[in-house]
Ligand binder design. Structure first.
Ligand code: SF4
Ligand SMILES: [Fe+2]
Length: 290
């Protein structure tokens, strides 16, 4: 629970507030860009109070998704309790944003693919009862694909509850993930089934992987991010833990992939409306290297 007496002094007055425990993960700015903003002290502040049901939904989504419980509603009316935050949140077709981010993974963005062949989680959110109930209603989880060692959060709890098969590359396995059911070895690519392809993209970490679902949705973990303001893709040397020169090669590798959506492990996602080999994709990926 956020603590009202520790509210950030620059919140716009009103019931919705952030407190000083914020770790600046960016989740709330992405989910409610008209309500939350990053302040110069690297904390989130409320810049406008919600004024419609849709905005209250955004606020509730941010409250549930904040990894540190740093967002609250002071003296929330009963009507707030009944608002449906619509999590998981549909992005496109059967691909959803999960919310409920985990502190251990610095609020990493995780995704859900709902499909008759078995549902998929891309990276691990927080094991929260509301989310677990939603996933149960949708048929549970068959695969949990871990893009890299940073974003594994509550993977053990999800495995114990749903019996999902966890997938991670051997080069990112540590004592916490050594019991994962599928440990990938070598450069790949690996096909879990006809729709799910795993591409090794070392750089951010040695065993980092991206997932291409149906040659349409590319889940990029911390390999490649979206710069929504400039409508382009970015990679970051400042958060490259293994090798930047190898990460550059891994970005070039994506030029031969087909995809239309980029869904990263932090911040927002983007429909790039492109497929592999396209000149504009080349431009975007080159831009990511700048
Ligand atoms: S979601 Fe929480 S931790 Fe992340 S920026 Fe917002 S208030 Fe801070
Ligand atoms: Fe990471």
């Amino acid at each position: 629970m956020a603590i009202f007496k520790n509210s950030h002094p620059l919140n716009i007055p009103g019931p919705l507030y952030t407190d000083l425990s914020c770790i600046d993960c960016g989740t709330c700015f992405h989910l409610g860009p008209s309500l939350f903003q990053e302040n110069s002290d690297d904390k989130s502040v409320v810049i406008r109070q919600p004024s419609s049901l849709e905005e209250w939904k955004e606020a509730k989504r941010a409250i549930l998704s904040c990894p540190t419980n740093s967002i609250g509603v002071h003296e929330a009316p009963d009507s707030f309790k009944t608002i449906d935050p619509e999590l998981p949140l549909r992005i496109d077709d059967n691909v959803f944003y999960l919310g409920f981010t985990a502190r251990e993974s610095f609020g990493a963005t995780t995704y859900f693919i709902e499909r008759p062949e078995g549902n998929v989680l891309i990276d691990s959110p927080r094991f929260h009862p509301l989310l677990v109930k939603e996933l149960e209603k949708r048929g549970g989880i068959k695969w949990m694909i871990l893009s890299h060692q940073d974003d594994v959060a509550d993977h053990k709890k999800f495995h114990q509850h749903f019996g999902c098969q966890r997938v991670i590359h051997a080069d990112d396995v540590n004592s916490d993930t050594a019991d994962c059911e599928h440990i990938l070895e070598g450069p790949g690519p690996f096909e879990l089934d006809s729709e799910l392809k795993i591409i090794t993209t070392p750089g951010h970490t040695k065993g980092h992987v991206c997932v291409n679902y149906r040659n349409k949705y590319l889940f990029t973990g911390d390999h490649l991010f979206v710069d929504a303001k400039n409508q382009t893709l970015v990679a970051s040397e400042s958060v490259c833990w293994y090798s930047w020169s190898i990460q550059i090669k891994s970005i070039e590798k994506l030029l031969s992939e087909q995809f239309e959506w980029v869904l990263p492990g932090h911040g927002g996602w983007m429909n790039v409306g492109l497929s592999g080999g396209d000149e504009k994709l080349q431009f975007l990926l080159n831009n990511a290297l700048c």
